[in-house]
Design a protein around this ligand. Structure first.
Ligand SMILES: Cc1cc2nc3c(=O)[nH]c(=O)nc-3n(C[C@H](O)[C@H](O)[C@H](O)COP(=O)(O)OP(=O)(O)OC[C@H]3O[C@@H](n4cnc5c(N)ncnc54)[C@H](O)[C@@H]3O)c2cc1C
Length: 408
């Protein structure tokens, strides 16, 4: 276990500064343009691929940092640059993690490289779980996967929604129901390879924020994928389903949805994204308050403004500490006995929304225009309290964990 210290190593500082440089020099200058265009910023992703930021290797290196701080530091710096563009850069990681968590070595080796492509021909991937009637309530998912034994193929039918990179991805990872009796325990994940017939993009959403990140419905109409595309393989799935059926029989009740609990280790990364956006808005507000003069003095000379900045900075630092604690716990296998992962995401995402709104207030009329970035940061920040589990779901998970109740 890595000894706990608040001091970053030289190597960590070097990576952080390198990412900060990319965020400042490449991401930030492009932010307003891609927000207006509401399109995937392919040239920026390509730049990230060229320098090695858009690659599995980079994320794997950060993930295996024994202090747990590699991923949160990376997220904070990239999202400090711009949330929409940063999500376009890290969105593929969600699908890659789905394969890393459940796939065989062969599946990992085959599909993850195809998710990223290379610097000359970048690709993206999508993770498709949410459905029109199954958002927070993952267990009510309807997309079905039926095994065609004669052909050793799985047939997928259903509609996915809110998929980041949905429809434009080279590789889609799709979660589907294989046994409807088992709730979320009856779900399995499938790879849908490039150009598979039957998979199409439904509507592309026009969003409030993170508009450089593509979000769309994904329609699955008799999509046939080889048996080898079931993540983890059939034998493992059959054994898992048999165990779940046995448990359900013994318990005599509907199997609880444990999926929400499994997000505990990944939620701090979303918290770190929120810290990045909050810090960006705070920095703009601080500089503005020091330079904008009214009544013959900088507006920061008024406690009404200065105290807001004090609260903003305090909340951001507290959020980062919660994120770092949860990330350290995750890498060191510490049990989340108080749902510390959810806690970090809840506090950081609510902080981002509040701090970006305060930043607009401090910039006055300028804050309300697109001449300054804080209105975009405020729009962007609203996503953090929604995806990867809404704030209400975080509270539900925390409360149920504290009460020793099952999370469902
Ligand atoms: C931009 C964007 C990108 C996304 N990317 C992806 C992606 O790549 N892949 C993917 O699979 N999904 C993705 N999502 C989906 C996201 O995870 C869901 O939107 C989220 O889980 C909430 O589901 P929902 O929108 O259906 O809201 P609902 O579940 O319908 O919730 C609506 C409201 O009811 C509240 N609520 C629901 N249940 C409870 C309860 N038990 N107690 C208290 N309050 C409750 C919620 O907190 C919320 O305020 C994305 C969403 C967005 C907006």
């Amino acid at each position: 276990m890595a000894e706990f210290t608040m001091e970053l190593s030289d190597e960590q500082k070097e990576v952080r500064d390198w990412l900060h440089g990319f965020a400042a020099d490449v991401i930030r200058p492009a932010a307003a343009e891609w927000d207006e265009r509401e399109e995937t910023p392919w040239p920026v992703i390509q730049e990230a691929a060229k320098v090695g930021i858009y690659s599995l290797d980079f994320y794997a290196q950060q993930y295996f940092d024994p202090t747990g701080l590699g991923i949160p530091m990376a997220m904070e710096e990239l999202f400090w640059g711009d949330a929409g563009i940063a999500l376009s850069i890290v969105g593929t990681g969600l699908a890659a993690v789905g394969v890393l968590a459940n796939g065989t070595e062969e599946q990992i080796g085959t599909w993850i490289p195809q998710m990223y492509g290379d610097a000359n021909d970048v690709k993206v991937a999508a993770f498709c779980s949410s459905e029109p009637d199954a958002g927070s309530d993952v267990a009510s998912m309807r997309t079905r996967a039926v095994y065609d034994e004669a052909k050793d193929e799985w047939v997928l039918n259903g509609t996915k929604t809110w998929a980041t990179n949905g429809g434009i991805a080279n590789v889609h990872v799709v979660v589907a129901v294989v046994d409807p009796e088992l709730g979320s325990k009856g779900h399995a994940s499938f790879i849908v390879p490039p150009d598979t017939p039957g998979l199409s993009q439904g509507q592309k959403f026009k969003k409030h924020g993170i508009r450089a990140s593509h979000t769309a419905e994904v329609i699955l109409d008799n999509v046939r994928v080889p048996g080898s595309c079931l993540l983890g393989g059939k034998e493992k799935l059959d054994a898992r389903l048999a165990r779940a059926r046995e448990k359900a029989k013994k318990g005599g009740e509907r199997v609880k949805n444990a999926a929400m609990a499994t997000f505990e280790a990944s939620r701090p990364a979303v918290g770190a994204m929120a810290v990045g956006t909050a810090r960006a808005a705070y920095e703009v507000a601080l500089e503005y308050a020091q330079t904008r003069e009214q009544f013959g003095r900088p507006i920061i000379d008024n406690q009404g403004v200065a105290f807001q900045l004090a609260d903003m900075r305090t909340s951001i630092d507290a959020a980062r500490l919660l994120v770092w604690r949860a990330s350290w716990m995750a890498i060191n296998g510490k049990p989340f006995t108080a749902a510390e992962g959810s806690m970090s995401k809840l506090f950081a995402s609510e902080t981002a929304k509040k701090v970006t709104a305060q930043a607009i207030q401090i910039l006055g009329g300028n804050g309300y225009t697109r001449e300054y970035p804080v209105e975009r940061m405020h729009r962007d920040s609203a996503i953090y309290t929604i995806f990867e589990g809404t704030s209400e779901i975080q509270r539900l998970v925390i409360a149920r964990t504290l009460a020793g109740m099952p999370i469902r």
